[in-house]
Design a protein around this ligand. Structure first.
Ligand code: APR
Length: 235
């Protein structure tokens, strides 16, 4: 089977009811990004940050995967599908995608404030424990922090993601403004002969100027079109 590598962003989950970041009314308009998504913000007011991610986790309980997520799962009958997501929600997994790489961490996990990327301290929360309190401690005695990659922090999964991008036979981008690096640079590792598709209702600037087959639609409708394009029996 050929390798289909998919890069997803907040627009993938928009139809499930999760706000994007940079659209009008997006999350970064409602919350000061430097307070809730940087190590400096966490150092100044950890309580605010813990509360912000508790809210994001609570939201997971009231949303479900949309048709776009489901259609991606269906493509596993035709391709070896790897989903590289910037999203911290668990909707790809809940839809049934088998190979999901989270570049920016996962809401359902918490870790040590001192050594956030040490696997020994990364812990998966059960929904009944989604509310983290100040004073809840990681194995090394530090405050439990969200397992989220904040602005200014390293993105450990990028190397794995690059390996997949280099081996893609088909590359698909869904619902990301491609503003945030290194995720936005993944396309540069996709071999030049590999077809690239992009699903987004708005225009997205591709820095490399590389030709891209644009499907100007939301994730669900756009995925319907994509599936028809790449799975239709060739006559
Ligand atoms: N279907 C598909 N795409 C959509 C939809 C939809 N229904 N609605 C909006 N979009 C598109 C927008 O047009 C935009 O291009 O989703 C994109 C969302 O862009 P951003 O809000 O910038 O989100 P994203 O690119 O995922 O952000 C990257 O920034 O703050 C960080 O860590 C956060 O992972 C996030 C990263």
């Amino acid at each position: 089977m050929k390798n289909l590598v998919v890069l997803t962003g907040a627009g993938m989950s928009a139809e499930s009811g999760i706000s994007t970041f940079r659209d009008a009314g997006g999350l970064w308009e409602q919350y000061p990004v430097e307070q809730v998504a940087t190590p400096e913000g966490y150092a100044v007011n950890p309580e605010l940050v813990v509360r912000f991610y508790n809210e994001r986790r609570r939201q997971l309980l009231s949303v479900k995967p949309n048709r776009g997520h489901e259609l991606l799962v269906g493509l596993e009958d035709h391709y070896h599908v790897t989903v590289i997501t910037q999203n911290v929600d668990n909707l790809h997994e809940r839809a049934g995608s088998s190979n999901v790489i989270h570049l920016h961490g996962e809401l359902t996990k918490v870790t040590s404030s001192r050594q956030p990327n040490n696997p020994v301290y990364i812990k998966e929360l059960k929904p009944k424990n989604y509310e983290v309190q100040m004073g809840d401690l990681a194995g090394d005695g530090s405050q439990l922090r969200p397992f989220i990659v904040w602005f200014g922090e390293a993105v450990p999964m990028i190397e794995t993601a690059i390996d997949y991008a280099e081996k893609a036979d088909l590359f698909l981008i869904i619902g990301t403004s491609l503003n945030v690096y290194p995720a936005a640079g993944l396309l540069n590792y996709v071999p030049a002969h590999v077809p690239v598709y992009l699903i987004d209702p708005k225009e997205v600037a591709i820095a490399s100027g590389r030709p891209v087959h644009v499907i100007r639609k939301g994730a669900s409708e756009g995925m319907e079109e994509f599936v028809n394009l790449v799975c239709r029996p060739q006559v």
